[in-house]
Write a protein that binds this ligand. Structure first.
Ligand code: MG
Length: 341
């Protein structure tokens, strides 16, 4: 019998984290384990407040999960289809179960998760490191601290033209590393957005994430058509069912396990995006190395990886994926390959 247990575990941020719409210093989270015949799979749910999930909603979902009908954890599809059928939402809670199940099955079969999906860990890409919206001094300090450790930085913009340009100019005063930017839906006029993008391209910005509000598909499609650099969907995409409608609107999609309900559906989203000739990015929330490592196992198959959530928290309880010379380096151990600190 598969035994599920969980406990709330708030994530403390190393720095207050500013995006176009808010600033915060901690993220609610819940840690979960699935145990079977002496083996333990680890999972977690992370709930940044803007998505509407809470510790209570996640714990309530776990209370409703009854795995007594499943004696074989390797029935991943059957188990996760059952879990998904319990509600229409609850993506982070479903992701926690999906992640723990992959960890457990990897341990049962002796395979790292990347091998379960036929991926080559040596192809794992560089990850971006995110610089949040902050004072010029803090932006300069953070950029100095991280520019040497990463091959590419991600910059949060989307407030005003002046503040966006100041963020980039400040970073460019410290480093000439390539950048990607995330506007978090902050730009509202497509012509102005295009002007901003053309300026950003001159600053060696390689990609723009979610430039405009998520439902403005016509404007975003126009922008994507005119933009010299790829435009990726983040807030506009949650699950597999959202992907096909974004063909022709965005250049590609940013997949996050806490939105996709975990690894299984993230993989399907990647397959569909490739069939549609779209780019693929893997992102994360602020998470421990548990969920970040889970996403990193799929990273050999993506164009952009933004898997720095574990580096943004002060109370990680696992060791897993590492950043070595700016690149994601996966543990060569069964399952997620986590070590509990
Ligand atoms: Mg984003």
């Amino acid at each position: 019998m598969i035994h599920l247990s969980f406990r709330p575990y708030p994530l403390q941020l190393r720095y207050a984290f500013g995006v176009a719409t808010s600033t915060r210093t901690s993220t609610p989270g819940v840690q979960l384990t699935l145990e079977w015949e002496g083996l333990v799979g680890y999972g977690e749910a992370s709930m940044p407040p803007y998505l509407g999930h809470t510790v209570e909603s996640v714990c309530n979902f776990f209370e409703r999960v009854d795995l007594s009908g499943f004696n074989d954890p390797t029935q991943i599809d059957e188990i996760l289809t059952y879990v998904d059928s319990l509600s229409s939402g609850d993506a982070p809670a479903k992701a926690a179960i999906d992640i723990a199940l992959h960890d457990l099955v990897g341990k049962i079969t002796g395979k790292p998760v990347y091998a379960m999906y036929g991926l080559d860990p040596s192809l794992a890409p560089s990850t971006t490191y995110t610089i949040g919206i902050d004072t010029e001094d803090m932006v300069r300090t953070k950029t100095r601290e991280y520019a040497d450790l990463f091959n590419i930085l991600k910059v949060k913009v989307g407030v005003s033209k002046e503040s966006d340009m100041a963020m980039i100019t400040t970073i460019r005063s410290v480093t000439d590393k390539p950048l990607v930017v995330d506007a978090n839906q902050g730009w509202t006029c497509r012509e102005e957005a295009l002007d901003r993008i053309l300026w950003l391209k001159e600053q060696d910005v390689r990609m723009i994430e979610q430039p405009m509000p998520k439902d403005r598909h016509d404007d975003i499609a126009w922008l994507t058509q005119h933009s010299p650099i790829p435009i990726m969907a983040d807030e506009s995409v949650q699950r597999l069912c959202d992907v096909a409608a974004l063909k022709g609107v965005f250049s590609g999609i940013n997949i996050k396990l806490m939105k996709s309900t975990g690894i299984r559906e993230a993989w399907r989203m990647m397959q569909l995006a490739r069939e549609l000739d779209m780019k693929v990015m893997l992102g994360c929330m602020t998470e421990t190395s548990c969920a970040v490592t889970a996403a990193a196992h799929l990273s050999p198959a993506v164009d952009f990886a933004d898997l720095d959530g574990n580096l943004l928290i002060a109370n990680d309880i696992y060791e897993g994926v590492k950043v070595v010379n700016g690149r994601l380096t996966l543990p060569n151990r069964p399952g997620l390959g986590l070590i509990c600190k």
